[in-house]
Write a protein of this length. Structure first.
Lengths: 383, 141
């Protein structure tokens, strides 16, 4: 007997807005543009939305502010935050709310103008008081410490980490929407400016503007919409810490917990996945996610990515939009893992299309390697 | 606001206040759970390992091993590069800290280090120095 949430809801609309630079626009304005466009993609309007799943870095009560701006009167809303992974988590809560008939049309949406408004990473959470005296640069220092530990423990090299950035850039060059499309080599990454050893600026995600929106409905009516539905097949969340010193093993993330539960709900295993979108805040994220989700063994992620497997033409297409490293990173990237997954499952990805993609995996990451949310999406053939 | 007596915590106030008062007096104290025996850091009023609330304070041995380390790059006019590390205390817990007295680029995972209290008053915090004679670059788990 399959899990009651497997196949219970489907994504019928997706859109982005203001990817890269949205000079002169507020975060809420590009969020609204993305929401409008995602609903149009589904043949719907804002009048049809009764479920709101949203978060931003600029609102203290995101659902209230966004709901008001969009003129919504939601019967169900959700804006709890587990960092950048929140939007992948909303796939789970939206599916639950739809299945329980607490709402009929769920809008998941996000927007940020951090590049043109601030020009730096948003870090509203700040240091906790026990870390503050040491002046860590959040979130970079925490990821640098985890990277150094992985290198020490498993012999992972900076060149292997650089291969993650190079693969992402290879995909970005096939995505007209991506912000960084210049050629990038391993040597370019190695010789770029060091930020917090061993992380260079090219091991870090971009700082861009961008908004995204996703529309979900119950599966029973998913085929009434213009575009081929992408069904929710499974999802799970996990988090174990906030500060990096509280993570029991700095080389093992909570994706070792969220991944197997998501696969179990979906009745799938890693070998069934055709295309992956992994939240790549830093190059180490991609390596840890591949290991922790079971696509290679623990400690072998460096060699795996250096083989070229992730890049265009490789055996395991990862971050086909260019990821947070080369497409966009407006502060909370999670929603873009969903949008690119849907574009791949629909066959809309143009030059970067993975032929015959039927099953996509999204993995959200939040905080300092803290929250991990894994979701599996599939075409009608996978139900 | 008046503090309240918390079981297992000496003095008036919570664990955070108790920790910072000890630091201001030049002491690095950590907590140990009477139920499961685990030491833990940062200071809490419940044990993160077993949920127990019978907690005692003990003087930290101050002995630790560098678990991970990074050099945060900063312009010279802003003060220059500096170290941030994670140390594993011999009692078990890990904490973010800094190695002083050794160039950050020379700090290695596995080095043995010892604690001291830097700063004063409300601004006191724990830093570590590489052990002179025992310095070793192996031994990390
Ligand atoms: Zn205990």
């Amino acid at each position: 007997m399959s899990h009651p949430l497997r196949g219970a809801a489907a994504i019928v609309g997706v859109a982005t807005a203001g990817i890269g630079e949205a000079a002169g626009f507020t975060a809420t304005e590009i969020l609204a543009q993305a929401s409008h466009a995602a609903l149009a993609d589904a043949g719907l309007t804002l009048r049809d939305v009764d479920g709101l799943f949203t978060n931003t870095a600029v609102h203290s009560h995101p659902a209230l502010s966004i709901g008001e701006y969009l003129g919504l009167r939601p019967t169900f809303s959700e804006s709890s935050s587990i960092g950048g992974a929140s939007f992948v988590a909303y796939l789970i809560t939206a599916t639950m709310a739809l299945q329980a008939r607490l709402c009929d049309v769920a809008l998941i949406c996000y927007g940020s103008n951090q590049r043109t408004a601030l020009g730096r990473l948003e870090a509203k959470s700040g240091s906790q008081s026990y870390e503050a005296p040491y002046q860590p640069r959040h979130p970079i220092t925490s990821y640098a410490l985890a990277t150094a530990r992985h290198m020490h423990r498993y012999g992972t090299t900076r060149a292997q980490l650089a291969a993650v950035a190079v693969a992402a850039r290879g995909w970005a060059q096939r995505n007209p929407e991506a912000f960084m499309r210049d050629p990038l080599t391993v040597d370019d990454v190695l010789s770029s400016r060091m930020v917090s050893d061993p992380i260079t600026v090219r091991d870090c995600c971009l700082v861009t503007d961008g908004a995204g929106a996703v529309v979900m409905v119950r599966a029973e009516r998913a085929k009434e919409f213009p575009k081929a539905p992408s069904y929710f097949l499974g999802g799970a969340m996990a988090h174990w810490h906030m500060q990096i010193d509280q993570l029991p093993d700095m080389t093992v993330t909570a994706a070792t917990d969220s991944g197997p539960r998501a696969f179990a709900m979906a009745g799938l295993s890693p070998r069934d996945v055709d295309v992956l979108q992994l939240y790549d805040a830093f190059t180490i994220n991609t390596i840890l996610a591949l290991e922790d989700l079971g696509f290679c063994r623990k400690g072998e992620g460096g060699a795996f990515v250096a083989s070229g497997a992730l890049a265009p033409g490789g055996s395991l297409p990862v971050n086909t939009n260019g990821g947070g490293l080369s497409c966009c990173h407006p502060g909370m990237y999670g929603i873009f893992t969903i949008i690119e997954s849907v574009r791949q499952l629909r066959g809309e990805a143009g030059e970067r299309q993975v032929a015959g993609a039927e099953i996509a995996l999204c993995n959200g990451n939040g905080g300092r390697l803290a929250s991990q949310v894994t979701a599996l999406l599939g075409t009608a053939a996978t139900l | 606001m008046t503090g309240q007596q918390i079981p297992g915590v000496q003095g008036v106030g919570g664990a955070d206040r108790r920790f910072k008062e000890a630091l201001a007096a030049g002491r690095f104290d950590i907590q140990r759970c009477r139920s499961c025996g685990s030491h833990f850091f940062y200071p809490r009023v419940i044990c993160p390992h077993c949920g127990g609330s019978e907690i005692e304070w003990v003087a930290a041995s101050g002995r630790a091993t560098v678990h991970s380390t990074t050099t945060v790059r900063r312009k010279a006019e802003q003060g220059g590069d500096y170290n941030v590390c994670i140390v594993e205390l011999d009692e078990g817990p890990r904490m973010m800290s800094r190695v002083d007295g050794t160039p950050s680029d020379d700090v290695r995972i596995g080095m043995r280090v010892s604690a001291s209290v830097a700063g004063a008053g409300d601004g006191a915090f724990v830093v570590f120095h590489v052990d002179g004679r025992d310095a070793q670059q192996e031994g990390a788990r």
